[in-house]
Design a protein around this ligand. Structure first.
Ligand SMILES: [Zn+2]
Ligand SMILES: [Zn+2]
Length: 342
């Protein structure tokens, strides 16, 4: 038997204190409470939602500071009381949804993603831009031992949200020709495109005008078509997913959607959707938003990834360079995801 790893008293972490720049500080390593596990972070990807927290688009972060980051891969190094589901040394992933109440009407009917009293990782509780973090045992997914923590971390949000979006898009894709539009080809787009292609669907990628790098990236992953987001699709789409945060993309995507088609909005925040002629929506087109995730989504997606090869394109930065990593994501100058390594 190997001795348990020594856990230091202090750790390095990035703190959001309401300013647009995160503070790199030394703080106490959190102690796991009952029902929690302490995780030594191996990788944490930076999500657009982290930008929404830092920019104040999401209004109720934990105060006076919070550690952002909710695409966490790490190993359990200590267990709180009442934890028999996990063991020390186990590799786990922690997503955006940190915990749910379990008793509200939504939780009772298996819609825990819509819980009235949820906690969110890296927003209402501390997340993974740190060397250690604690997580609710129920929302720490056991991961396969063989995964690469850096490559896997974007799966915990970008991948999962894409997976849930695809779930809503699939009925319309299956009824039609299987043509799926993806608006915004970043971390989520590049993962879901691979999954959708494996399922037999055709990808039509729409990116920021003039972003040739994103067009080339989408085509390299097997997209049937890639073009600017203000262009109408060369073929009508059965479904489309918008990951970009621009409300103008809603009427733009509807213009390419067939009658009875499904438009899924995958972002947690979007700028106002402009007024649009009813004609664009008429014909039984549906607009569906996607909020958070359920544990079932996580279990299904992780099981899918264990059987199917989905790769992520990552740019790695040390934890201390979180602000630069955030700037990279904000500038849209990278293909795929930015990942912090503590
Ligand atoms: Zn609830
Ligand atoms: Zn996220």
């Amino acid at each position: 038997m190997t001795a348990p790893e020594k856990i230091p008293g202090k750790m390095q972490a990035m703190l959001f204190k309401g300013r647009s720049v995160l503070d790199f500080e030394t703080i106490e390593v959190p102690a796991p409470e009952a029902g929690q596990v302490l995780i030594k972070v191996e990788a944490c990807a930076v999500c657009r939602t982290d930008l929404h927290v830092i920019d104040g688009d999401l209004k109720k972060p934990k105060t006076p500071w919070v550690v952002p980051g909710h695409e966490i891969v790490g190993r359990i190094v200590a267990l709180g009381a009442d934890v028999s589901e996990h063991k020390i040394g186990e590799r786990v992933g922690v997503p955006w949804l940190a915990s749910t109440c379990g008793t509200c009407a939504f939780c009772r009917r298996q819609e825990e993603n819509l819980c009235d009293e949820p906690q969110f990782t890296g927003y209402t509780k501390d997340g993974g831009f740190a060397q250690y973090t604690v997580a609710d045992k129920r929302f720490a997914f056991t991961l396969p031992e063989k995964i690469d923590p850096i490559e896997f971390s974007p799966m915990l949000c970008a991948g999962l949200i894409g997976w849930r979006c695809l779930r809503f898009a699939r009925p319309a894709l299956d009824k039609g020709e299987g043509r799926l539009g993806i608006y915004g080809f970043g971390a989520a787009g590049h993962i879901v495109a691979q999954v959708a292609i494996q399922m037999g669907y055709k990808i039509y990628a729409f990116v920021r005008k003039g972003d040739q790098q994103a067009i080339d990236f989408a085509l390299s992953l097997g997209a049937t078509y890639a073009g600017a987001s203000d262009e109408v699709s060369p073929q009508t789409l059965d479904a489309a997913i918008i990951f970009a945060t621009t409300g103008e993309l809603v009427p733009a995507a509807l213009k390419s959607l067939r009658k009875g088609g499904e438009l899924v909005l995958g972002g947690i925040h979007m700028s106002d959707i402009p007024a649009l002629p009813y004609d664009l929506l008429w014909g039984e087109r549906t607009i569906q938003s996607v909020a958070n995730l359920t544990r079932l989504d996580g279990e299904e997606f992780i099981a899918y990834l264990a059987k199917n090869k989905v790769t992520t394109s990552t740019t790695i930065r040390p934890l201390a360079e979180a602000n630069q990593a955030i700037a990279l994501l904000r500038g849209g100058k990278i293909s795929g995801a930015v990942v912090l390594r503590p």
